[in-house]
Design a protein around this ligand. Structure first.
Ligand code: NAD
Length: 423
């Protein structure tokens, strides 16, 4: 049980372990390797003070977990969220291991988090918190050791402060210590929309392989309107899909004729929330969004949103997991039994870490690629990964999640076996 007393069905680490155990069993994973791959390699918990604008001091707790580094340096984002805790960070780190492996990137899996509501902080307080958290986890991070990136509640500006703090400690600029930075300080073209673009490529590929024509105007509902959800609104819209609904944590908006992006953007720029943008359509709850009769449902907010109690309401025929862990294993099984295809998180949202990998390579070489080069390489990586997962799922008559886990676990297990157990 985590510090926040989540029930087991809600606990993301319990979900991550259940998914791993099922896949390890199906892959006939050797019992010893099973034990090795099941556990996080190292976990750091830090308690640190942050000076607030009024001169007071607030204590915060942060985490950085390396799940597995058999295939390369640890890679994974940093989350600022009030519910961030050790179990959540462990789950997210484990999912990063499988995600990097399924994409065949030379990385292990990591994740970090700070339990904080970042929207309640001023920019100055956010910077203070970021710089202090960075300095607390310096023993673990570095361009050849562990490379963070943005996640829920963090963004390119936070990554710039992160990079600057690490660089100040080293005495020279180290852009490759973090990805998702602004382009002006060594970020990559295409990184901000990379996760959503990867979701689009994966969706197109799966629809094509299913023999479903990639219909112009296939309808899409998106839960979450952050980096991933808002990006999905843009890239799916640009590609000719009809995005009919989007939400934030308080609720969403639905328009069967398609959402007007300009109206939504204007509303948000003016300080409004998606959940009260009635100029764009009918206001709906997040539960209503998940049960809309659409072709594609893209849960792109946080974990545990589709679960045993609401899965029977899901009417989409294709679910694309923009978020990490948005579905519990019981819901996943029910959708599989009903013939609903789910593109699992470790594949569907892997465009972000793929372009992060490109950013890291560019940072190490100080040689930068064009937006077109990034887009082409991202598309190639995604299509190859979808192909290997799809083919295995067809060969073994399993879900795409089971196939993706199988590909990933085999790669990590093989790297572990080849490296051997030291000493
Ligand atoms: P973000 O902080 O930019 O946005 C999160 C969005 O989700 C916000 O719109 C928020 O209002 C909404 N939200 C929060 N709680 C919600 C709830 N209970 N119901 C509905 N909406 C809710 O975060 P992000 O970077 O877009 O990440 C979203 C998800 O995608 C996370 O699971 C993250 O781990 C995953 N992910 C992110 C990236 C990336 O590149 N940023 C890459 C891969 C996966």
């Amino acid at each position: 049980m985590s510090e926040h007393d989540r029930s087991v069905s809600e606990n993301p680490y319990a979900v991550a372990l259940a998914q791993f155990d099922q896949a390890a069993k199906q892959s006939n994973l050797d019992a010893d390797l099973w034990e090795v791959l099941r556990r996080p390699k190292r976990e750091l918990v830090v308690n640190f003070p942050v000076e607030m604008d009024d001169g007071s001091i607030q204590m915060h707790t942060g985490y950085r977990v390396h799940h597995n580094v058999a295939r390369g340096p640890a890679k994974g984002g940093i989350r600022y969220h009030p519910r961030a805790d050790l179990d959540e960070v462990r789950a997210l780190a484990m999912w990063m291991t499988w995600k990097c492996a399924v994409m065949n990137l030379p990385y292990g899996g990591a994740k970090g988090g700070v339990a904080v509501n970042s929207s309640s902080l001023s920019q100055r307080e956010l910077e203070n918190l970021t710089r202090r958290y960075t300095s607390e986890i310096i023993p673990l991070i570095g361009p050849e050791a562990d490379i963070p990136a943005p996640d829920v509640g963090t963004n390119a500006q936070v990554m710039a402060w992160f990079m600057d703090t690490y660089s100040m400690h080293m005495g020279h600029s180290v852009p490759a210590v973090v990805t998702g930075k602004p382009v002006e300080v060594g970020g990559s073209e295409g990184r901000s929309l990379a996760t959503s673009t990867g979701m689009l490529v994966a969706t197109d590929e799966v629809l094509r392989r299913q023999g479903t024509p990639v219909a112009d105007e296939a309808t899409v509902a998106i839960q979450g309107a952050g980096n991933v959800g808002w990006g999905a609104l843009e890239v799916f819209g640009d590609a000719g899909y009809l995005v009919v609904a989007i939400s934030d944590s308080r609720g969403g908006v639905y328009n069967p004729s398609g959402l007007d992006r300009a109206v939504l953007a204007e509303h948000v720029r003016g300080g409004g929330r998606i959940s009260n943008c009635d100029a764009a359509g009918d206001l709906i709850t997040n539960d209503q969004l998940l049960s809309l009769d659409v072709d594609v449902l893209a849960p792109s907010a946080i974990e545990g949103q589709i679960h045993g109690e609401n899965v029977s309401d899901v009417r989409a025929q294709l679910v694309v997991e923009g978020a990490n862990g948005p579905m519990t294993p019981d819901a996943d099984k029910e959708l599989w039994d009903r013939g609903v295809v789910v593109i699992p998180d470790i594949l569907a949202n892997a465009g972000g870490v793929t372009v992060s990998y490109f950013e890291w390579v560019q940072g190490l070489q100080q040689f930068f690629w064009t937006g077109d080069q990034i887009a082409e390489r991202l598309s190639t990586h995604m299509r190859q990964a979808v192909a290997s997962v799809w083919d295995l799922s067809v060969a073994n008559s399993t879900s795409l999640r089971e196939a993706a886990y199988s590909v990933a676990i085999r790669r990590v297990a093989e790297a572990t076996r080849l490296r051997g157990i030291y000493p």
